[in-house]
Design a protein around this ligand. Structure first.
Ligand SMILES: *Cc1c(COP(=O)(O)O)cnc(C)c1O
Length: 419
């Protein structure tokens, strides 16, 4: 018998959740447990794996970079992988986005975005310090990320540390005007630095989808009021929603954009915050107090940057968009059987992401049904982690029809077993 593990796991209630499964290997869309069990990774290991685990060109790039330069301070020094990556990112994103700031996680990329927005207005001499955010949003678990995210059970104990934001109602279908009016009113009230949104889909908030035209209209309203528009593409980026970035579907260029998760194909932690030229310029001054005072020890780690560069090459050299289209089409077909099934509601899809709600006595993230669903999938060697009564699939792009059949059959069987 091994002694009790000292590890404290994320988003895990150790008092009621079963022991963590030791994973020894990963390949493609599958994980292999230490005891040899194979587990289908239907949520891409928390939304990060895009092409598959250990995608060969990315693994190679990591090995090659580890042999050259592991880490170097990024203030006063730079390196080829970061320089190249920044150039490539600027080339594939809207022309308005001219500068790239590196960090280590989605949460920190959001912190950087918020700090850029407040710094911009302060250095321009305008008093704008309020942030607008969508109801139900999730932007990470650091203090700033929690502040702009939905308040609730996740962050209640930390509430005294969180700053106030103006909350804009989620654009419910048929009630989009309510969102537009609220956004316009909040902007008109003045003092607003920025609006932060998850474009097209609220992820952790329950896979809630809204159309590109609504995203475009929110951007137009912000423009009218000179309010900076921050797109948190941490989850939506890198093909998840059917296009490389979700904002492409709305034909908009954000003023600030955050990318992480799939940036390295899911291999290593890395994040970037891209911004408009004038946001950089507002900090550019002989006055050193205008420096952008943000850093983390591992800013632009060379190995992580090499992995991200390799990911961009995969996008150039492999039929990534075709794989995404094929996976999206599969999801559409597989969801079909549940569209008229009374046990489910809100059957929905955006690109490679499929979601449906189990009709249950209670809904929302703390729905009692959540943990039982999770365990039932786990017993079938499927990594599916429902958000309360919302079951969603966000598999790697290399997943096959047979892989998906395993999950869709399990959904059917497990929910039948709950009745
Ligand atoms: C996951 C996520 C984050 C936080 O990213 P981490 O890498 O977990 O810190 C922020 N915003 C969105 C939309 C996310 O999905």
């Amino acid at each position: 018998m091994m002694s009790k593990s000292p590890v404290w796991h994320p988003f895990t209630q150790h008092a009621v959740q079963p022991e963590a499964i030791p994973i020894a290997r990963g390949e493609g869309a599958w994980l292999e447990a230490a005891d040899g069990r194979r587990i289908f990774d239907a949520i891409s290991s928390w939304w990060v794996i895009t092409h598959g685990h250990r995608h060969p060109p990315i693994v190679q790039a990591i090995k090659a970079q580890a042999d050259k330069l592991d880490q170097v301070i990024f203030a006063g020094f730079t390196h080829e992988p970061a320089e190249q990556l920044a150039r490539r990112l600027v080339a594939i994103t809207p022309p308005e986005l001219e500068y790239v700031f590196f960090s280590d996680s989605g949460s920190t990329s959001v912190e950087v975005a918020l700090k850029m927005a407040l710094g911009f207005w302060r250095h321009r001499g305008e008093h704008r310090a309020r942030i607008l955010a969508l109801q139900g949003a999730y932007h990470g678990d650091t203090i700033g990320g929690m502040s702009v995210g939905e308040r609730g059970v996740f962050n209640a104990p930390y509430d005294p540390l969180l700053f106030a934001v103006d909350r804009i109602p989620f654009p419910e279908r048929g009630r989009e005007q309510v969102t537009f009016d609220a956004l316009d009113a909040a902007c008109t009230a003045g003092g607003v630095a920025a609006l932060i949104v998850e474009p097209l889909i609220l992820g952790a908030g329950g896979m809630l989808i809204y159309p590109p035209a609504v995203l475009a209209e929110m951007k137009r309203i912000c423009e009218r009021h000179d309010v900076l528009f921050i797109a948190d593409e941490v989850m939506t980026g890198w093909g998840r929603t059917g296009t490389r970035f979700a904002c492409e579907q709305a034909g908009i260029a954000p003023d600030i954009a955050c990318y992480s998760k799939g940036l390295t194909g899911g291999s290593l932690p890395l994040a970037v915050t891209l911004c408009r030229g004038d946001i950089f310029d507002a900090h550019y001054s002989p006055d050193r107090t205008r420096t952008f005072f943000h850093s983390s020890s591992y800013t632009a780690n060379p190995i992580a940057c090499a992995a991200a560069l390799a990911n961009l090459e995969v996008w150039d050299n492999e039929p990534v968009m075709q794989r995404i289209d094929a996976l999206a089409a599969l999801q559409t077909r597989k969801l079909d059987r549940f569209r008229t099934d009374g046990r489910f509601e809100n059957v929905r899809q955006l690109g490679t992401i499929a979601a449906l709600d189990v009709v249950a006595g209670d809904a929302g993230y703390m729905a009692n049904i959540g943990p039982s669903l999770h365990e039932a999938f786990r017993a079938r060697n499927l990594l599916v982690r429902p958000l309360g009564n919302t079951i969603y699939l966000m598999p790697p792009y290399c997943s096959t029809e047979a892989d998906l059949d395993l999950v869709y059959d399990a959904i059917d069987g497990i929910v039948a077993g709950l009745a």
